[in-house]
Write a protein that binds this ligand. Structure first.
Ligand SMILES: NC(=O)c1ccc[n+]([C@@H]2O[C@H](COP(=O)([O-])OP(=O)(O)OC[C@H]3O[C@@H](n4cnc5c(N)ncnc54)[C@H](OP(=O)(O)O)[C@@H]3O)[C@@H](O)[C@H]2O)c1
Length: 241
């Protein structure tokens, strides 16, 4: 069976992706930091589908976290068919309010971690002729469609999208690299009801995406042998509105 690692794979979009990959025939390493109970329950669900599944724990905000996670994956297998860089930090903050600490925390999880993790797992990805799917954000290309107060987040995701193209160039032909750029999915927390209604009014498909909508796109890119260096926006059409 092909093997996938999903970072932040225990909750929300990551959990839907772990499940969709298992349904598509992947064994899955579900990475979690704090959502350990969710991760254990999910792994049991994937095993019930007949897949091999395991939890890997690491804090990707620390400099050593990505290396520690890569080591846990390599202990299981020397070959990795799919790495989904999904784990991320998110917050709304006006530019003047973003302290150096907040900036560094954002870049550590959203940029440094996928960079170092992909690097550490490259031999395993090469051994499997595998692929990477980075989860970015449609706001990278269309920031004016959503909120403006998250420039540190946007910068981290823009960098990850650029890495998608750079890695596709550098790592082919053995390893493919693509991105899924979600639009509004399961909006909660920092989005007010008014903002949510405004976004939905401008979205051609008139609904927010579901975690499964994103998971479907990841499975597609994971199984599309002639696609590399691309970003697939899964946003209900918001980016063309
Ligand atoms: N939801 C949306 O509308 C939307 C829109 C555009 C892009 N996206 C992108 O889609 C992806 C998933 O979004 P989501 O809404 O499902 O995210 P979420 O609910 O905020 O979950 C974040 C995930 O990242 C993990 N994580 C956060 N900080 C971490 C750290 N320091 N070390 C290790 N793991 C860490 C969390 O793990 P634990 O829970 O185990 O701590 C969790 O699994 C993200 O890349 C996000 O930027 C989402």
């Amino acid at each position: 069976m092909p093997l996938a690692l999903v970072t932040g794979g225990a909750v929300r979009l990551g959990a839907a992706t772990s499940k969709a990959l298992a349904a598509a025939g992947f064994d899955v390493v579900v990475h979690a930091r704090r959502s350990l109970a969710e991760a254990e329950a999910l792994v049991q669900e994937l095993r019930d589908l007949g897949r091999q599944a395991a939890v890997a724990v690491a804090d990707l905000a620390t400099p050593d976290g990505p290396g520690e996670l890569a080591a846990q994956v390599r202990e299981r297998s020397g070959a990795l068919d799919l790495l989904v860089n999904n784990a991320a930090r998110y917050e709304h903050l006006a530019f003047e309010a973003i302290t150096r600490e907040r900036l560094e925390a954002m870049l550590a999880v959203n940029l440094r971690a996928p960079f170092l993790l992909t690097q550490a797992l490259l031999p395993a990805l090469r051994a499997a002729s595998g692929c990477v799917v980075n989860i970015t954000d449609m706001a990278v290309s269309h920031p004016y469609t959503v909120t403006h107060a998250f420039s540190h987040y946007l910068a981290s995701k823009a960098a990850l999208e650029q890495l998608t193209r750079a890695w596709a160039l550098e790592l082919g032909p053995q390893v493919r690299v693509n991105a899924v750029a979600p639009g509004p999915v399961a909006m909660a927390g920092e989005t007010t009801d008014e903002q949510r209604q405004d976004i939905l009014r401008r979205t051609p498909l008139r609904r927010e995406g579901s975690p499964e909508d994103i998971a479907r796109a990841v499975v597609f890119l994971a199984t599309a042998p002639y696609v590399t260096g691309q970003t697939l926006r899964v946003d209900g059409g918001l980016s063309v509105a």
